[in-house]
Design a protein around this ligand. Structure first.
Ligand code: ATP
Length: 266
């Protein structure tokens, strides 16, 4: 395993709309590590991804991605944005959407030819079990089908770091498992670090190395066993929260108006 972290945040602080979302965040993520980011709406989970994508400067501290300052269009970073449905009239086929993952990183012109490009797109489609969607108009696909294409788009550039914002959204349980297995294989076989933002911990619990839990400017980082305890979450939420383990699932009770990752999952 390489000694350069996939990314490193040191004393990181982010402000948005005049509000400090979090401050003093130190986080080194190793290649191949799987980090799950949890927290209520507005706690700054997506904002963390924006920082790593070079879209938002820190208000304080430092951020390095692969040993360098984050920058837009970094070919080594794959991104699955938060889900929005594609306009039904968008004239894109499945394979075109996936191919944008190459063009967006300016890989397109460097590829030897159309055959090589087509091979990469096909490989990415295969990885998400979506080869049958290659020629379908994207706007006519279901939310879940579009989501699988987006994941293929993020993988087509062969990223060393994959940032995924609620990638299980609108997938049924079988597809959720397919995607989680895919991400797990990706990090194991290619050493791709994965940062996954979600409201549903349980589907990714078996593959999660560490949890970053953000609440109202406070955060905790650690293994799921370290972070997902009644004591730690009660501290974070500043109210009594119970964390209960039922078989291999974790259920959080006591802050239902703010917690949305209770229940659900396989
Ligand atoms: N472009 C922006 N300008 C100003 N404030 C913003 C901007 N984008 C997000 N914010 C604010 O930053 C805060 C954090 O947003 P962010 O999207 O990171 O939260 P989140 O934890 O991902 O939430 P959710 O679970 O709802 O997706 C919110 O209060 C949001 O309103």
């Amino acid at each position: 395993m390489s000694s350069t972290p996939s990314f490193r945040l040191t004393g990181a602080e982010v402000r948005r709309g005049g509000r400090t979302l979090w401050t003093g965040l130190d986080l080194d993520v190793a290649p191949g590590e799987f980090v799950t980011v949890l927290g209520p709406n507005g706690s700054g989970k997506t904002t963390l991804l924006s920082v790593l994508l070079g879209l938002l400067p820190l208000a304080a501290g430092t951020c390095e991605v692969g040993g360098h300052a984050p920058r837009r269009g970094n070919a080594t970073v794959g991104y699955v944005p938060q889900h929005t449905n594609v306009d039904p009239l968008t004239p894109l086929r499945g394979r075109d959407l996936v191919g944008l993952g190459l063009d967006g990183h300016r890989f397109g012109p460097a590829l030897r030819g159309r055959a090589e490009r087509a091979r990469k797109v096909r490989e990415a489609l295969l990885q998400v079990d979506a080869l049958d969607l290659a020629d379908d108009p994207v706007g006519a696909l279901s939310g879940g089908e579009q989501q699988r294409l987006r994941i293929a788009q993020a993988l087509v550039g062969d990223p060393g770091l994959l940032l995924a914002d609620e990638p299980l959204h609108s997938l049924d349980l079988a597809r959720q498992r397919t995607v989680v297995d895919l991400l797990e294989r990706r990090r194991r076989e290619h050493d791709t670090a994965v940062v996954l933002v979600t409201h549903e911990l349980n589907p990714v619990l078996p593959v999660t190395d560490r949890v970053l839990y953000l609440v109202d400017g406070q955060f905790r980082i650690g293994t799921p066993d370290e972070v997902m305890t009644s004591e730690t979450l009660s501290e974070l939420y500043r109210t009594e929260v119970d964390v209960v383990r039922i078989r291999d699932r974790i259920v959080v009770v006591g802050a239902e108006d703010r917690l949305v990752h209770t229940g659900g999952g396989p």
